[in-house]
Unconditional design. Sequence first.
Length: 203
Amino acid sequence: MSPDLLPPIASLRRITQSLAMLDAILCPEWEYRYYSFNSQWGPSEEMASMRDGCGDDWFLLFNEHGATLKGFAHELAQGSVLPDEIQRQVPGSFSSFLGEAAFSMQHATFCYWCAAGSSAWHKVSGFDGDDGAQDMLAPLISGPSGYQAWAQAYYEVPVPLDAVTAIFSRAPITEALVRALNPQAEMDGVLADAQEIGYPHGT
């Protein structure tokens, strides 16, 4: 996927928070969620992630230096030299990303980075053919309707587009909004998740 398709850092942060908040409401069991966001990952660092439970994942780190995103499509990874190229091509200012054991940096099929204050994303070169980014990163650019279509297929429940749009628009968490998405959701749990995600809420 062309790096030009990725949103600016501030927009991407809001989008990934919204994806995590929607998943938190639709799926109370953290281990079964696709999207997560930790607004207190480290000192002045936030981390978004996707895990599909089948071996594919991506990790996105936000900090004072900008943002870095690394993904792994396990069925496409045979013979990949990208992990070495990531260490060579991503600027050293992103050292906390490059050395983060939790991100399994030894497994990668695509990687992007964007410096703070810039809107230009860069893609690490070195992987030929389909690297999985087009499919795995589609929800970052497809908007509310894209998430709705995906969530209805994955969770096999109706997902109202107006509620999804409200979350993408950063509407504060209310009981009515939560109930529209998941009548069985427990508000205490949702609010705790909102606190971790850094999503607007009432407490």
